[in-house]
Design a protein around this ligand. Sequence first.
Ligand SMILES: CC(C)(COP(=O)(O)OP(=O)(O)OC[C@H]1O[C@@H](n2cnc3c(N)ncnc32)[C@H](O)[C@@H]1OP(=O)(O)O)[C@@H](O)C(=O)NCCC(=O)NCCS
Length: 218
Amino acid sequence: MPIQSSVEIVDVTEDPKYERFLYLCIFHTNKEFIGKSIHKTYKHRYEYLKTMIPKGFRKKVLFYKGDHVGMIEYAPVEASSFPIIGENVIVMNCIWVHKSAAGHHFGKLLIEHMKEDKKGTTGFATLGCEGFHRVFVKKDDMEKLGFYSLKSMKVKHKGKKKGGCFTIHLMWMPMVENAILPTWNESKLMEGLYFCEHHPLYHGKHGCAELRFILEKC
Ligand SMILES: CC(C)(COP(=O)(O)OP(=O)(O)OC[C@H]1O[C@@H](n2cnc3c(N)ncnc32)[C@H](O)[C@@H]1OP(=O)(O)O)[C@@H](O)C(=O)NCCC(=O)NCCS
């Protein structure tokens, strides 16, 4: 049987049946919320989604033989989770394919799906990372999927004792010739991110909630 017939990419953005997939990384969807709703547990995510879904945010989950093994989320730059600045740019907030499903080109399939869904954009931007000690979209991985690095900065996480300096890259995949290149707001990025409590650069992690900036330059 061709692999495509066992693959389904589902939009989980607005169907309540898929709420867990919308709030959680696909690999944590069994988590229980005893006595508390998912919205209360993930307040920042809730606020982000409430504002950004009407502005074009989308999350898709890839099912392979019925199992959720991959995901991608993206939004127009105005609704994105990263402080990226650009004109008619789509920002990929996150992509993840489970190791158990590697080798089937699901990462590329999710990228193609995003491109098809957001036709007419000048390009796609995201962040990629080098030398970070935790799971986090790596620059190399983003290159394999068609992005290249436009600029970078070397930083250190103030709350994480181990790991030291790492580099964050602004990654870019243009869709038109002579597209105006996106840039980023470095200072905002140093504050950390709020859109997802699971993200390694989430502002509220590692005792950083009271700090204005969770990152410092190396
Ligand atoms: C990046 C990622 C999405 C790629 O997904 P994938 O399904 O494994 O990738 P694909 O199979 O589509 O491969 C894409 C390309 O990279 C190549 N590739 C994949 N793994 C490779 C490896 N280890 N070495 C060399 N090339 C590799 C593939 O051959 C393919 O190129 P091709 O089309 O020329 O053959 C996946 O590795 C991943 O989820 N990484 C973790 C991301 C993460 O941390 N997310 C959480 C953020 S908080």
